[in-house]
Design a protein around this ligand. Structure first.
Ligand code: ADP
Ligand code: MG
Length: 256
């Protein structure tokens, strides 16, 4: 089973941002979406999440067409963690995470036991419990990032999309976030994360999709895909791909 993205084209403000983007991402694995600034990563994630309209193309997940799915069903299926969301500053952290339960609630069932348990579990997994009573507006960028992740987990999605989830995080928190994404994939969740750090992608992700100028440059299993040549042409840098002495994963060394 795969997440199948077929010939997605997206135009924003008269400009073609995504051009016939086609790739498959394995279900229950972590896929890194990489590429230079302006490549279209955020736009692609928003198209997958249904918050940005595609001009053409389709997305199939677990046999269902994501783009024509009713909004509420889509919100029960997938969650998008966007970068730098500046909203709802007066909510407490817990209230913000509780919003993740909205797609699962009806007018007649508000806040049942499972909702409470899902919120608790999500805050625990995302390391957000320690500031659950703080107001969102008082948190640091990294703390707010953990709250966004907790809210997405409270949604209990089967497809989790993240836009630069390690932005603002120190190195330990980056490693924790990527480890968490791996654990989530091990429970069957399909994870697609836009990442800038190619070494985090190489170490933690099973699969990689390389986007440049709104087009797919490469897509496949991480070790087979992240070649020095591809990195060189995609980013215009000089790189060597070594082997990590502990993990055996690709280790990318950049040079002047
Ligand atoms: P990435 O996340 O890979 O950095 P984005 O998806 O944010 O790339 O942006 C891709 C391209 O689309 C960029 O060139 C950006 O300037 C352009 N773009 C994004 N949003 C808009 C918009 N609302 N109007 C015009 N151009 C946009
Ligand atoms: Mg972006």
């Amino acid at each position: 089973m795969t997440l199948q993205v077929h010939a997605i084209t997206a135009d924003v403000g008269g400009a073609r941002i995504l051009d016939e983007v086609t790739f498959a991402a394995p279900v229950g694995q972590v896929t890194a979406l990489v590429g230079p600034n302006g490549a279209g990563k955020s736009t692609l994630l928003r198209v997958l999440a249904g918050t940005q309209k595609a001009t053409q193309g389709g997305v199939n997940f677990e046999g269902i067409d994501l783009l024509s799915m009713p909004r509420k069903q889509r919100a029960r299926t997938l969650a998008l963690v966007e970068q730098d969301v500046h909203s709802e500053f007066s909510l407490t952290v817990r209230q913000a995470v509780e919003l993740g339960r909205t797609p699962h609630q009806s007018a007649f069932s508000w806040g049942n036991e499972h909702d409470e348990a899902a919120v608790d579990a999500a805050m625990q997994r995302a390391d957000a419990l320690e500031f659950s009573h703080r107001q969102l507006g008082t948190l640091s960028g990294g703390e707010r990032q953990r709250v966004q992740l907790a809210r997405a987990l409270a949604q209990e999605p089967r497809l989790l999309l993240l836009d630069e989830p390690t932005n603002h995080l120190d190195v330990r928190a980056q490693l924790r976030t990527l480890s968490l994404l791996r654990d989530l994939a091990d429970t069957g969740i399909t994870v697609v994360a836009a990442l800038h750090d190619l070494n985090l992608a190489a170490e933690f992700c099973d699969h990689v999709v390389v986007l440049t100028g709104g087009r797919i440059a490469a897509c496949g299993e991480t070790t087979a895909t992240l070649s020095a040549e591809l990195i060189g042409t995609t980013y215009g840098v000089s790189a060597d791909v070594l082997t990590h002495p502990r993990s055996g994963r690709p280790l990318i060394a950049f040079s002047r």
